[in-house]
Each structure stands twice: as structure tokens, then as C-alpha cells.
Design a protein around this ligand. Structure first.
Ligand SMILES: Cc1cc2nc3c(=O)[nH]c(=O)nc-3n(C[C@H](O)[C@H](O)[C@H](O)COP(=O)(O)O)c2cc1C
Ligand code: SF4
Ligand code: SF4
Length: 260
């Protein structure tokens, strides 16, 4: 069955998952959501996947916007796989509702735990912890692939009542409003050598270089790509990120994120 997997990723976890699912399913293309927004694929797909990280117990705003406008045949088999650092809340329930507004049914939805990448709160986990998470993720992906091969329906991990109502409802609804302008906390420290990579990896063109230094334009998705991919570790978010270990998935490189 021809499959299209739309993905969003700042540091490679979701990109890895999207690629592994495409490989396991066969006859599948992997399309970055920032690119699909600018140039929607013309050909229809029989099976459509959505793979993205959990942000504040919900969908990244760019993914929500994309799904709200997606054009697809209502008979398409839709599935979602979200990556998170430990708690997805009701993210898949949100995806389900968003797709329903386009007359699409989310047939299958699963969560895969990966290393967390939100450096404003914590540094990258140790190598040992990362290895353990990747091993668990491989087992999880194999199980997900079995379900997808069987075209399983009615199997969506919607999270607990508390996750859906309090975290994805209340916290996400109020918190996500502040993400775009929250980039005022980003700055480049004295290690910045004006290489320009941060502007190139930003999925939404939110960074311009002014006098060789990055300037954030307040339409941020908070994906952390700029902070994590800066080769000098010069990008900080508030006062506490300077000494924190950066993170990206070991099978990703900055080139995978230069989409524009
Ligand atoms: C802005 C932001 C918010 C996040 N919120 C959550 C969250 O609510 N729950 C969680 O388990 N992980 C959270 N994370 C961690 C990511 O979901 C996780 O590391 C994900 O796998 C990153 O995927 P990527 O490498 O494809 O960007 C958050 C990360 C970011 C950048
Ligand atoms: S990637 Fe880092 S070093 Fe390069 S311009 Fe941006 S902040 Fe400066
Ligand atoms: S400015 Fe940085 S955190 Fe914000 S969307 Fe661009 S790359 Fe992601």
C-alpha cells in the first residue's frame, strides 16, 4: 500500500522513527511538514502517517496548523506515532480530533519514548540511558510495524484522563500560546563565530543574521534545532543552558534539517 509519512523533527528522534517506519512498511515516502506546507504533495496516498515530537503534552503548533489544513481522501488509513521524553498526555487524542475536523479518521496511534531534548529544563541523558532508550524504541517500533502491517484500527493511545484534561487540555492550551514569542529568551554568547548554521536549520525561518549574529523573529516553534545544532554550543535559552549537554539523535546530522 503506497504510504506517505509526514514528519516534524528538531533533533532527529522523530526523523529516525519516520525513516524506520518507512523502511519497515516499504513503498513509503517521508515528507518533512515544513516542506509540505510550502509545497503540498499532489499525488494521493492510501496510507498516511504523522510522526512528530510531543511539545508541552500536545502537538507542535506547526503540526497542528498542517493537519488542520490537510487535503486527503477520507478513506485513507491514517496513523500517528509521537516521540516524547516520557509523557505524551493526550497528544494523540488531539491529533485524532484535528484530523476529524478534516473528515479523516486516526486508525492507529502510538507513543515512542526517546531522549528528551528540552535543554531549557535539562541536559541530554547519559550515553547509557540513551542506549537503553534506543533499544526499547527499536522493540516498540517493531511492534508498531506489526500493527501497521495488519492495518489495525481503533487502537489509539489517548493517554489518561488527567493527561488529556489537565496536561494536554489546560497546560498545553495556555502554555502553547507563549511558544512563538518565547524565543526572546534565546541569545548567542561570545562563542558564536557567525557560521549561519542556526538560520539554516530553523524549520520556519525564524532566525535572521544581523551583523553576523542570530536574531530571533518571534514565530518560534521551540523545536530546539538552533540550540542543539550550533557547532559552538553558543546558543543559550535563559540563564541555565550554558553548561548543559546538547542532544541530537546519533543518526542525524545538521544537513537533515536544512529544509528551506
Ligand atoms: C518545546 C518542547 C516541549 C516538550 N514537551 C514535552 C512533553 O510535554 N512531554 C515529553 O515527554 N517530552 C517533551 N519534550 C521532549 C520531546 O518530545 C522529545 O525529546 C522528542 O523526542 C524530540 O523529538 P525530535 O528529536 O524529533 O525533535 C519537549 C521538547 C520540546 C523541544
Ligand atoms: S550556529 Fe552558532 S556559531 Fe553559527 S551563527 Fe548560529 S549561533 Fe553563531
Ligand atoms: S528559532 Fe530555533 S527553536 Fe525556534 S523554530 Fe527556529 S530552530 Fe526551532
Amino acid at each position: 500500500m503506497p504510504t506517505r509519512i509526514y514528519y516534524f523533527s528538531g533533533t532527529g528522534n522523530s526523523l529516525y522513527v519516520a525513516r524506520m517506519l518507512a523502511k519497515g512498511l516499504g513503498e513509503a515516502e517521508v515528507v518533512p511538514i515544513p516542506q509540505a506546507i510550502l509545497q503540498p504533495p499532489a499525488a494521493p496516498a492510501e496510507r498516511i502517517g504523522f510522526v512528530f515530537p510531543v511539545y508541552m503534552w500536545g502537538m507542535p503548533l506547526i503540526v497542528e496548523r498542517f493537519c488542520r489544513g490537510i487535503q486527503a481522501d477520507s478513506s485513507a488509513y491514517c496513523f500517528g506515532v509521537v516521540t516524547c521524553g516520557g509523557s505524551a498526555g493526550g497528544t494523540l487524542a488531539q491529533l485524532e480530533q484535528t484530523l476529524a475536523s478534516r473528515n479523516l479518521t486516526l486508525a492507529f496511534g502510538a507513543v515512542v519514548q526517546m531522549p528528551g531534548n528540552y535543554t531549557p529544563l535539562y541536559g541530554a541523558p547519559s550515553e547509557t540511558t540513551q542506549r537503553k532508550l534506543f533499544n526499547q524504541a527499536t522493540l516498540r517500533l517493531n511492534a508498531i510495524l506489526e500493527d501497521l502491517h495488519a492495518s489495525r484500527r481503533g487502537q489509539v493511545d489517548r493517554g489518561s484522563w488527567f493527561g488529556r484534561t489537565v496536561m494536554s487540555g489546560f497546560v498545553y492550551r495556555f502554555g502553547s500560546r507563549h511558544l512563538a514569542a518565547g524565543d526572546v529568551k534565546f541569545f548567542a554568547d561570545e562563542r558564536c563565530n557567525s557560521c549561519g548554521l542556526c538560520a539554516k536549520v530553523c524549520p520556519v525561518g525564524n532566525i535572521t543574521l544581523q551583523n553576523g549574529k542570530p536574531a530571533w523573529q518571534h514565530r518560534c516553534e521551540q523545536c530546539m534545532a538552533c540550540l542543539q545544532w550550533c557547532p559552538q554550543e553558543a546558543i543559550q535559552f535563559g540563564p541555565r543552558t550554558a553548561g548543559r549537554r546538547r542532544y541530537h539523535h546519533p543518526e542525524s546530522n545538521a544537513g537533515h534539517f536544512m529544509l528551506r
